[in-house]
Design a protein around this ligand. Sequence first.
Ligand SMILES: C[C@@]1(CC(=O)O)c2cc3[nH]c(cc4nc(cc5[nH]c(cc(n2)[C@H]1CCC(=O)O)[C@@](C)(CC(=O)O)[C@@H]5CCC(=O)O)C(CC(=O)O)=C4CCC(=O)O)c(CCC(=O)O)c3CC(=O)O
Ligand SMILES: NC(=O)C1=CN([C@@H]2O[C@H](COP(=O)(O)OP(=O)(O)OC[C@H]3O[C@@H](n4cnc5c(N)ncnc54)[C@H](O)[C@@H]3O)[C@@H](O)[C@H]2O)C=CC1
Length: 224
Amino acid sequence: MKDKNHFLPLLIDMSDKKVVIFGSGSVGERKANLFSEYAKVTVVSRSFYDIFYELEDKYSIQLIKADARKLTDDEINDVIRDAFLVIPATNDRSINERIVKLSKSFGILTNEVDAIGDVTVPAVIKRGGLTISISTAGSSPAFSRFTRRQVEKIITPEFGDMIKIQDEMRTYLKSEVPDQRDRKDILWDILESEEVWKGLEESYEKGFNTAQGIVRKKISEKVR
Ligand SMILES: C[C@@]1(CC(=O)O)c2cc3[nH]c(cc4nc(cc5[nH]c(cc(n2)[C@H]1CCC(=O)O)[C@@](C)(CC(=O)O)[C@@H]5CCC(=O)O)C(CC(=O)O)=C4CCC(=O)O)c(CCC(=O)O)c3CC(=O)O
Ligand SMILES: NC(=O)C1=CN([C@@H]2O[C@H](COP(=O)(O)OP(=O)(O)OC[C@H]3O[C@@H](n4cnc5c(N)ncnc54)[C@H](O)[C@@H]3O)[C@@H](O)[C@H]2O)C=CC1
């Protein structure tokens, strides 16, 4: 049994990573939709719905039409060998298990759709510079979806604007304010300023200018 307390969300740069998905049913489609935005995806399946050809046009996704049962181990190995993550998502458990075994022999991570693999896929919210990952590590995927919908309601566009302001201000502060604790205090003053958040509701510029006012005032206080 896996210990769910040992699953840690990490952000991995997937841009050059290969993800191989077997099966193109409802689960294969959901995984392909998610991963093709981030990584180089290959899907192996007996047949493909139109949505996969749309993904092929939009991203660098490779479609291989094949019956995995008829593929030899060597043929499967050729597809998975250089993968970072393999997701066997057919509705045939024995095939899924065979693919997991082959992947493990190369030390490749697996996401198992009928069990908890090395990797479990979270519900993801991505808004501007913000990424939120939600998971129950297999206890209740529906609850992850439910929570994603609840959280999405409170992530307003101002969140993205605030990240932009923080990004810009902390870069500026690194060159202007030598003490890290002072930089931290100023960044928190901006984050907790009702005036900045109110400004952002009107426009980015309004929020930015208010934040800049806080920075100027704080720097002049520190200098004095
Ligand atoms: C372990 C895990 C492995 C993995 O796939 O990575 C897994 C396993 C299984 N899911 C099943 C069913 C459902 N999966 C969803 C939805 C999602 N499933 C996702 C991830 C995960 N699913 C991993 C754990 C993540 C976690 O716990 O947080 C999400 C978060 C991400 C994604 O897949 O992209 C995505 C929501 C994305 C979003 O909305 O943002 C729904 C909801 C719905 O459709 O309404 C249902 C039906 C309701 C229900 O069962 O809860 C079954 C069949 C159970 C059965 O036979 O009854 C199994 C297999 C089993 O449990 O044995
Ligand atoms: N992890 C998750 O979120 C969930 C997992 N599941 C589990 O995932 C599995 C797949 O579910 P669905 O996508 O709904 O099934 P599905 O029936 O919609 O799709 C199965 C896919 O596998 C392909 N396939 C089957 N045998 C193949 C072979 N020999 N070679 C190549 N491709 C083959 C089919 O062509 C089809 O594209 C099921 O076992 C189910 O229990 C189900 C729901 C959610």
